[in-house]
Write a protein that binds this ligand. Structure first.
Ligand SMILES: Cc1cc2nc3c(=O)[nH]c(=O)nc-3n(C[C@H](O)[C@H](O)[C@H](O)COP(=O)(O)O)c2cc1C
Length: 321
């Protein structure tokens, strides 16, 4: 089965399934496995310097000849050197996390790179469309990592109605049901982060993966300063410390200092107490580590079944007596 949307046609991929770029967590082996399986694997540049990023791009190119992406996080201190590397290597796609890529969009496009900002509001999505974005990733409050305030369910249809470029839904999707629901809302693809953390190729520490498998529906919490960066993580000692500090009126700087290096601690050291276990609300649905290709295959197969089942629920009035 093939899903044919503007996203698959513009990017030349088989399935409209992105593996979201994740700082420290989306390693070249995961990215290539997703792209080889017909989706779009995306490297997370956050945390890397220019040289490290170029090595990772070269590694992906050794492992796949299919389209892939690089996620730039515009609040990163290394953003200028990361941008230079991206312009030099010209990966097929750049997705842009927190921050405004505004003036850089034409520079990427001149190199033939498709530019896909991640947006959490309709207004920001419309601004990105005007500045030349090729498509948008609408990321809801359910997602793992940095989040806005609007849920995927509410954001996607509102954004789709106000822009004419394709929209990819992110946040709270991990199976064929979520995939079909996103398409029903008007999205032309999905991006998943948490589901791919629990994949064989993802290099995050085993203890981090186990925390996702153990998680239930209420296991995550959004931490951070009300007016600063807000991050969805699995509840642990670090998350409780964040909550305590916010209650005590801590400053944005104090909270950001506490969060510094915490994702790295979780990914590389498996520190499940003081590491930042970024993961989405959908963690509770994930209970098995699988190869990335199997995750994609199962989603596509289940999506087909869901659509057939939905079709069966439509009863024409004349058939209903
Ligand atoms: C561990 C982790 C790290 C992430 N890092 C980034 C990042 O560096 N840049 C970005 O744009 N999004 C980042 N995200 C968001 C993902 O790319 C994706 O949009 C999100 O995980 C989708 O929601 P889901 O977790 O419910 O699937 C991260 C998510 C996780 C779980």
């Amino acid at each position: 089965m093939v899903f044919n949307t503007r996203v698959t046609r513009i990017l030349g991929i088989k399935y409209p399934i992105f593996q979201g770029g994740m700082a420290w967590a989306s390693n070249p082996e995961l990215v290539a496995a997703v792209s080889n399986a017909g989706g779009l694997g995306i490297l997370g540049a956050g945390g890397l310097n220019g040289r490290e990023l170029s090595i990772q791009i070269e590694r992906v190119r050794q492992l796949t000849s299919r389209p892939f992406g690089v996620n730039l996080y515009y609040l990163n201190p290394n953003i200028e050197e990361q941008k230079r590397v991206v312009l030099e290597y010209a990966p097929p796609v750049v997705t842009v996390g927190a921050g405004n890529p505004g003036k850089d969009i034409p520079l990427f496009k001149e190199k033939g790179i498709k530019v896909i900002p991640v947006v959490a509001t309709v207004d920001f999505g419309r601004r990105m469309e005007k500045l030349g974005a090729d498509m948008l990733i609408a990321e809801g409050y359910e997602a793992g990592g940095h989040v806005g305030e609007i849920t995927t369910m509410a954001l996607v249809p509102q954004l789709v109605d106000r822009v004419s470029i394709p929209v990819v839904a992110a946040g709270g999707i991990a199976d064929g049901r979520g995939f079909v629901a996103a398409l029903a809302l008007g999205a032309e693809g999905v991006q998943m982060g948490t589901r791919f953390l629990a994949s064989e190729e993802c290099h995050i520490h085993q203890k981090y993966k186990e925390a996702i498998l153990k998680a239930k529906d209420r296991s995550t919490i959004v931490t951070g300063h009300p007016s600063g960066i807000r991050v969805r993580v699995i509840k642990n000692q670090l998350a409780r410390k964040f909550v305590e500090l916010v209650e005590r009126g801590a400053s944005v700087e104090e909270l950001e200092t506490l969060g510094m290096g915490a994702l790295r601690k979780a990914v590389l050291l498996g520190d499940v107490n003081m590491g930042s276990l970024m993961a989405g609300q959908i963690s509770g649905l994930i209970n098995e580590i699988k190869p990335a290709a199997k995750i994609i295959e199962e989603i596509i197969a289940e999506a087909g079944e869901v659509i057939l089942k939905l079709n069966d629920t439509i009863v024409r009035e004349e058939d209903n007596g």
